[in-house]
Design a protein around this ligand. Structure first.
Ligand code: ADP
Length: 396
């Protein structure tokens, strides 16, 4: 090549380079402006991995100064603090191949800042001459997450432990009740035989004593039955045998069954029905026991001579059975205890009225198994109304 031709070519090449540098400078100003608007730490590197510029968030978060950052190899920033293997892999191996990388996690111990977990988003631009690198410090988030995972794991452990203890207690109650039922039933038989004269004639005094023994034994059996019923429902061993039944019939059965009890207290029961039959998909045996429980409570917590009103209706997709009494009522402050296990609540009649505090707990569970609910409104010394709602979806 002739020397003048060579000179022209060199000059052209220099001119092109100048043009490229000037274009790059313009771009740098553009990127710098964008960079400054970003709140996360942001840094621009050249193709030699030296810092071209960084935003204020970068200087602030990583406690480095502009003067000792720009122009420096990224790994050497802050006395080689940035020489992290993860960062090297990203910049030297991943980016040259893939050009873009998002959510790349780097965990690094910064001597001056401590352990940090960073999420890096990196991208090569302008013919691979520049690398834009956004750095999200997720150390605190990760710590909070790991703390909350730990708390959750601890709570789950505690819950399982308590559940285990509760299961053991339920098993114990169930087993003890079973064990108690057999001898208590035997006592009932032998006391009955004695009362019937199987062991010879009894004096008047002996009869009175035997009657007391009989009643207490009956009470004992009632308590055992209550405990067993609750243990069964708590242990998930109650399975409904549901079919279409007339609820009115069940209510009338319960009223007949307790007629003597009510008569002895001079009380009466009124059954209000809008139609002769109200069919619902229920387990009749269990629902009868639910009705008996609520009717029994309405009577035993009401004064002598009072009236208990049972209303059966169907409304708003529910079959509703309401038990209204004019009894002692329930204090507002006692309402939340009502359906809890073993919660007998003191009232004017609770000494006289026998109970274990298990009835309403069991009632709520059984109605719940039917997909229904139990509600109560009450006024002290005026009376209470307990209402069972069974959804019509369960009604034929
Ligand atoms: P128990 O009758 O065996 O004590 P329950 O679970 O049936 O157990 O009832 C819990 C408590 O709720 C009772 O001790 C009583 O104080 C109160 N209670 C239930 N039904 C009525 C009612 N109809 N009127 C007033 N208080 C009631």
């Amino acid at each position: 090549m002739v020397s003048s031709e060579k000179t022209i070519k060199n000059q052209k090449s220099l001119h092109d380079k100048d043009k490229r540098i000037s274009a790059l400078r313009k771009l740098m100003v553009y990127y710098k402006e964008i960079t400054e608007t970003v709140r996360e730490p942001f840094i621009i590197l050249n193709d030699m991995l030296c810092v071209v510029t960084a935003n204020a968030a970068f200087y602030h978060t990583f406690k480095v100064r502009k003067g000792e950052t720009e122009g420096k190899l990224i790994y050497k920033l802050g006395d080689n603090q940035w020489d992290a293997p993860g960062l090297r892999t990203l910049l030297e191996h991943i980016l040259p191949k893939h050009r873009i990388m998002s959510g790349y996690e780097v965990s690094h111990n910064f001597p001056a800042l401590g352990h940090k977990i960073m999420l890096l988003n990196a991208r090569q631009v302008d013919n691979k001459q520049l690398i834009l690198l956004a750095i999200e410090d997720v150390t605190l988030q990760r710590k909070l997450k790991s703390d909350s995972d730990e708390v959750t794991a601890n709570l789950t452990k505690q819950r399982d432990l308590l559940q285990g203890l509760n299961d053991t207690k339920d098993e114990f109650v169930s087993m003890a009740s079973h064990q108690l039922r057999t001898p208590a039933t035997a006592v009932k038989q032998y006391v009955s035989m004695m009362a019937d004269g199987y062991a010879g004639d009894l004096t008047k005094e002996q009869k009175v004593l035997l009657d007391v023994a009989y009643k207490n034994n009956e009470r004992q059996l009632e308590i055992i039955e209550d405990l067993l019923r609750v243990a069964r429902v708590d242990g998930g061993k109650v399975f409904l045998d549901k079919y279409s039944c007339d609820v009115v019939l069940q209510v009338k059965k319960a009223v007949r069954g307790q007629a003597i009890l009510f008569e002895n207290r001079g009380q009466s029961v009124v059954v209000n029905i809008a139609q002769r039959e109200v069919f619902a998909l229920i387990d009749p045996k269990l629902m009868l026991m639910v009705i008996e429980n609520l009717l029994d409570n309405a009577g035993k917590y009401s004064p002598r001579g009072s009236v208990v009103t049972i209303t059966i209706s169907q409304k708003d997709n529910n079959t509703i059975i309401a038990f209204m009494d004019t009894g002692v009522g329930i204090r507002k402050t006692d309402m939340e205890k009502l359906f809890k296990k073993f919660s007998r609540i003191d009232n004017k009649l609770s000494d006289e009225a026998r109970g274990t505090g298990l009835g309403l707990y069991w009632v709520k569970k059984i109605v719940g198994l039917h997909g229904g609910s139990v509600g109560v409104v009450s006024k002290i010394d005026k009376g209470s109304t307990f209402t069972i709602n069974i959804p019509l979806a369960a009604t034929i």
